[in-house]
Design a protein around this ligand. Structure first.
Ligand code: GLA
Length: 359
């Protein structure tokens, strides 16, 4: 009896401490730096503890999945708006911004885009018409409610000796599709900030390919306004402060605003080949890993604050360690702990490090 009372009292004390220390939330601490956002599923914004955490800590939302081509446009001319509307409505009701994600990608895009009515490969004109219709419909629906769009996602190759990823878009249209996607998005909402978004943007060869592509687009007058560094990092990867700074300054030198669009710091080495879980794939958030994660987050945010004149937004990919895409990717059933809030939605030590800069 006495023991449970003690537990209860310490819990209350903990909550009071958290509340007292953190009444500003992440977005409050970063108000003078950049917009802090988070990716969500519609369930996250239903009334409950997650929605409260979101309202308190984040100033911007990204739909984790429901605005991607497959979920929002599963068949030609049939749009599934409801889940995306739910997120946008929650944002509007609570004064949050929204980043749109994503209009043109090789993943999560239905096959019908690429085929004609007879199931043969679509010709150039048909494919461009579909890309235009899709972008006009989606961007048009949320005009004035979504301030920025990830227009093209992951068009550049991971291979150092290859410029463009050989996707269906690339194979069927050549690199022209990239410029077209930005032009269509600009037609649909001339006020929206338009981003190119990619991962591994700190790997020198890929960074230079992206830079070259963006410079080429800008030189031709294509409406690109921002560069999205996805920021799926790991405590074991070789991301350094210098490497991150180099990416930010290089892309900003093109006149683009830079955002981190999908931030998380996995506690496992980065290996993106999907695998089944083996007995040796253990889950362990040890004190050593916790410290490595704290250090990595601190380094990342030190750099981002230093470049606040170039960085306009930082979005986390998922809300808390209660549920992250990394729990099932690349290994199904191997729990990860990549975020700043724990499974009970309490701020982790890494959180306190990230907000501990004002004194
Ligand atoms: C990429 C995409 C995101 C998301 C993540 C993994 O980074 O841009 O939309 O799918 O992979 O969840």
């Amino acid at each position: 009896m006495q023991k449970s009372l003690l537990v209860l009292l310490s819990l209350v004390a903990y909550i009071q401490t958290v509340t007292a220390q953190d009444y500003k939330g992440l977005k409050g601490h970063y108000r003078d730096y950049f917009t802090v956002g988070v990716s969500v599923a519609p369930q996250s914004v239903e009334p409950g503890d997650e929605a409260e955490l979101i309202k308190k800590n984040f100033a911007s939302l990204t739909a984790e999945n429901v605005m991607k081509p497959q979920p929002i446009h599963p068949e030609e001319g049939r749009y599934h708006w409801e889940p995306a509307d739910q997120i946008v409505n929650f944002a509007q009701a609570n004064g949050l911004k929204v980043r749109g994600h994503t209009l043109c990608w090789h993943n999560q895009t239905p096959d019908w885009f690429f085929e004609d009515k007879e199931g043969r490969p679509a010709g150039r004109d048909l494919l461009l018409e579909r890309l235009r219709d899709h972008i006009h419909a989606v961007v048009g629906r949320y005009k004035g409610k979504i301030y920025a769009w990830d227009v093209v996602n992951e068009a550049v190759s991971e291979k150092p000796d290859q410029m463009y990823r050989p996707t269906k878009w690339q194979q069927m249209l050549g690199e022209e599709y990239i410029a077209k996607a930005f032009e269509y998005a600009h037609e649909a909402d001339p006020d929206a900030l338009l981003f190119y978004n990619d991962f591994d943007t700190e790997k020198p060869a890929k960074r230079e390919h992206i830079y070259k592509m963006l410079k080429g687009l800008l030189d031709k007058g294509v409406p690109v306004h921002g560069m999205g560094l996805q920021g799926h990092w790991s405590i074991y990867d070789d991301l350094t402060a210098a490497g991150l700074e180099e990416s930010i300054t290089r892309f900003a030198s093109l006149g683009l605003t830079v955002q981190v669009t999908e931030l998380d710091v996995s506690i496992y080495p980065k290996d993106w080949n999907r695998k089944e879980r083996r007995a040796s794939d253990t889950t362990s958030f040890t004190p050593e890993k916790e410290q490595m994660q704290i250090d990595k987050y601190q380094m990342i945010f030190d750099v981002l604050r230093k470049h606040k004149d170039k960085v306009s937004g930082v979005t986390f990919w998922n809300v808390s360690d209660r549920k992250s895409w990394l729990d099932t990717f690349p290994i199904r059933g191997r729990k990860d702990y990549p975020l700043l809030f724990d499974e009970a939605l309490q701020p982790k030590k890494a959180y306190w490090k990230v907000v501990d800069f004002e004194k």
